[in-house]
Design a protein around this ligand. Structure first.
Ligand SMILES: *Cc1c(COP(=O)(O)O)cnc(C)c1O
Length: 477
């Protein structure tokens, strides 16, 4: 099957092309032309499959142009997660409420679920074509570390990671700036995530920049969730939620369950939407936001409006986003390419657009104060949740089986944890983290502990205008 553009459905490209050239016609995003559908017969069988086997069934159903062997290799990246049999962990936390921890990979955020296999696929495609790629990634804190990790040691792929200086947590910053490999470059920018994402989008469309790279034998690509390769792997774990409920007899027949997703760029929630479209019996997809509540307004009132908004810095920085890229894929699915192109033009020209209400979603947002209270409340039950996952509790209690999508390990956000649980401030981040873990019978992953003694290699902080030249300088070195 091929993919098409959200802004031009006459475009048709193979997956291998879309992964390496993620910008589609008229500035659109790539989406599969169709979504395969799974029926009850399949699910009867699926309860006996391992996570990787299920993943492969779902991937193969799309019949993309990439060899199954490459996908298998990609899925083997899950072998290094905490439990080599399954990359995630689902736990019941109260009546009807389950938590799907998606942060058991090497950088302790759910981004690893997609970026680990994605890295292998890109590397394999580059090797096969004997080409070299530059992947630029804009990060609000978790995509950066996960992308750098995914391409560690790659011979054919270089990575430049743009992060908002002072916009990430200390652990996230350390994860990036201590990167050691010569193919990795980390640049702090004086701006916020939207500035970083905008710089990325501009560079992807900059012919002069691309020509300069070409002279160095480099082709340009992106690893943000604008890349469909990310979304593909984010469908699978929501699918698995359903299979897991069937396996454990929590759901039967036509019963559905709800999913709560802490959302920013809307890639994770979009994965849930696609899983539902493909036959997983998902009821309502509940979109949790922080005070940057553009999505709350969109799903409740049909209005996307950033005219008078400026980004608010919150304790859930991975969700500090005003321009939520993947909403475009939902718009395409609901309203088609012509309407989507028009709406995106409105967003560009007037900083707003209006649509009819989209069914199947609910949306709420959390203030930092509410998040802190949720972290404290849940900690009394002996469970530590990070500030992003905490936003989901705005939807609790729940009346039917519901899965909270837990997106990051709390160790990445120790200052907020100490504030919530100890009503205090961090004195020594590493120590405070260790003490908190001990108190809750939890463990600080080794790769987080070692960050504090690793050398900071990447010190560069630049103005937005200097990004392009900084990258070119590094490439030419
Ligand atoms: C990226 C991220 C999110 C937001 O996910 P989207 O797919 O961009 O909506 C939420 N929480 C954490 C911890 C993240 O890293």
């Amino acid at each position: 099957m091929n993919l098409t553009s959200t802004r031009d459905k006459t475009q048709s490209v193979a997956l291998s092309y879309a992964l390496l050239n993620p910008s589609a016609n008229f500035g659109g995003l790539f989406v599969p032309k169709n979504f395969p559908k799974f029926d009850d017969e399949f699910f009867k069988k699926a309860v006996h499959l391992s996570y990787k086997e299920l993943a492969l069934e779902i991937i193969n159903s799309f019949d993309f142009n990439i060899d199954e062997e490459i996908f298998k290799l990609a899925l083997n990246s899950y072998d290094k997660f905490d439990d080599k049999n399954i990359p995630l962990k689902i736990e019941k936390i109260s009546e009807n409420l389950y938590i799907n921890e998606l942060y058991h990979g090497p950088t302790r955020a759910f981004k690893d679920m997609a970026l680990q296999p994605f890295g292998i696929i890109i590397d394999e495609l580059a090797k096969k074509d004997n080409k070299n790629y530059l992947i630029i990634c804009a990060t609000s804190g978790d995509t950066g570390p996960a992308t750098l990790k995914a391409f560690e040691n790659s011979k054919n792929v270089k990575v430049v990671c743009l992060y908002p200086y002072e916009g990430t947590s200390e652990v996230q910053r350390l994860q990036m700036v201590t990167s050691n490999d010569r193919n990795l470059k980390v640049i702090g920018i004086k701006g916020n995530f939207d500035d970083a994402q905008k710089a990325l989008k501009t560079l992807l469309g900059d012919e002069d920049f691309k020509n300069t790279l070409k002279k160095e034998n480099l082709f340009l690509s992106a690893a943000n969730s604008v890349n469909f390769g990310r979304i593909l792997f984010q469908i699978i774990y929501h699918f698995y939620d359903y299979v897991n409920f069937l396996k454990n007899g929590i759901l039967k027949g036509n019963e559905t369950f709800d999913i709560i997703v802490p959302s920013g760029n809307f890639g994770n929630a979009l994965g849930a939407y696609y899983a539902k479209k493909m036959g997983a019996k998902i009821g309502v997809i509940k979109i949790a936001s922080n005070q940057n509540n553009v999505l709350t307004n969109l799903f409740n009132n049909g209005i996307y409006d950033i005219k008078n908004k400026s980004l608010i810095k919150t304790i859930s920085p991975a969700m500090d986003i005003l321009v939520s890229s993947n909403v475009e894929r939902l718009l395409f699915d609901k309203f088609g390419d012509i309407k989507t192109k028009e709406l995106m033009q409105n967003l560009k020209d007037n900083k707003s657009y209006k649509i009819p209400k989209i069914e199947g979603f609910e949306a709420k947002f959390c203030t930092d104060k509410e998040c802190i209270n949720f972290i404290k409340e849940i900690s009394k039950k002996g469970k530590l949740i990070d500030p992003h996952t905490a936003t989901c509790f705005k939807f609790t209690p729940v009346k039917k089986p519901t899965v909270i999508t837990s997106t990051a390990h709390w160790v990445k956000f120790t200052p907020s944890m100490i504030k919530a649980i100890k009503n205090g401030e961090v004195k020594d981040e590493k120590n405070d983290m260790l003490n908190l873990a001990k108190e809750f019978n939890d463990k600080v992953p080794n790769e987080i502990l070692s960050l504090f003694s690793n050398e900071e290699k990447h010190k560069k902080i630049v103005e937005k205008e200097e990004i392009k030249n900084t990258i070119i300088e590094w490439i030419k070195k």
